[in-house]
Design a protein around this ligand. Structure first.
Ligand SMILES: NC(=O)c1ccc[n+]([C@@H]2O[C@H](COP(=O)([O-])OP(=O)(O)OC[C@H]3O[C@@H](n4cnc5c(N)ncnc54)[C@H](O)[C@@H]3O)[C@@H](O)[C@H]2O)c1
Length: 283
């Protein structure tokens, strides 16, 4: 729940994870969501599970992050939350900067469930320091998680996703993929994800599956702990639909791309930002 004055902008919020439609659009599908314990990955996991998918919630840490501004009271692990709501969820620990752990995540999923239909590459870290304040170690670590991790998870998952009649890869990039000003590491990693999405889309297309990215604007998660309260208020103010995004805004976009409704959409980057990128930068 936003707590620092955003309500002044007449925010209309639906309840988190409100279900749209009555039917189970992802019944019998097996999904892996990386970084699924917190924030956007948590909302994606819960949304996909609410539509019938069995979700492997993968993360370096099973305990949800509790942010300074957002998700202050989130404590129940995602898979537990899914099961409490009558869905199917399993936690598997995996560090997305570790090649062997990613390989094992996919192998274990296939061993236990014999199928993989949906991979959501969501795990990511963010810092926006400039080139002088970004060490090579910090740059490499961010790239390992945000870009190399997406490549490796896709590489190991693709042989199995190719066998699915409804194969999907959904990569979480960012509005920072398209502009500078977000520091040399984060923005470059997300631009890489957008292009990797197109390449993987071409590879999967002959097998009938799709690969798309979602580029969120500013979303209320613990990743914003580095911002000041003023930064957050300004982010909401400069968004044409004047509020920050909620994790479920991204969860619902991921559900659409995972569903049969999006079967002829591939290689795109769906911007979900309340219109943040819409105006001319000088306006
Ligand atoms: N929140 C935003 O404003 C925003 C905007 C654009 C894009 N994004 C992207 O959305 C994705 C999710 O971000 P969020 O806002 O939910 O952040 P978050 O910090 O709330 O959650 C990120 C999750 O990823 C996990 N994670 C971090 N490093 C990992 C690793 N090495 N291996 C496995 N898991 C790891 C964390 O434990 C955490 O559960 C990220 O890729 C981020 O770049 C976020």
């Amino acid at each position: 729940m936003m707590c620092i004055g955003i309500n002044a902008y007449k925010v209309i919020k639906r309840d988190n994870h409100e279900k749209i439609g009555g039917k189970m659009r992802l019944k019998d599908r097996l999904a892996i969501v990386t970084g699924g314990s917190s924030g956007i990955g948590r909302a994606i996991s819960i949304t996909l599970a609410s539509e019938g998918a069995h979700v492997i919630v993968s993360d370096i840490d099973e305990t949800p992050k509790r942010g300074k501004y957002h998700e202050k009271n989130t404590t129940t692990p995602t898979a537990e939350e899914i099961i409490k709501s009558g869905g199917q969820g399993t936690f598997l620990k995996c560090d997305m900067s570790d090649d062997q752990q990613i390989k094992k995540l996919v192998a274990k999923t296939i061993d236990q469930h014999k199928r993989l239909d949906i991979l959501v590459n969501n795990a990511g870290i963010c810092f926006t320091t400039d080139s002088q304040d970004t060490t090579t170690a910090a740059f490499d670590n961010l790239m390992d998680i945000n870009l190399r991790g997406v490549f490796l998870a896709s590489k190991y998952s693709l042989p199995h996703i190719k066998k699915s009649k409804t194969g999907r890869i959904i990569n979480i990039a960012s509005v920072h993929a398209f502009n500078g000003g977000g520091g040399p590491a984060y923005a470059a990693s997300k631009a890489g994800v957008v292009n990797l999405t197109k390449d993987t889309a071409v590879e999967l297309a002959p097998h009938g599956g799709t690969v798309n990215a979602i580029c969120p604007g500013y979303i209320e998660t613990a990743i914003q702990d580095d911002l000041t309260e003023q930064d957050i208020i300004e982010s909401a103010e400069k968004t044409p639909l004047p509020r920050l995004g909620l994790p479920k805004d991204i969860g619902l976009a991921a559900l659409f791309l995972a569903s049969d409704d999006a079967e002829w959409i591939t290689g795109i980057s769906l911007i979900v930002d309340g219109g943040l990128l819409a105006p001319l930068p000088v306006s």
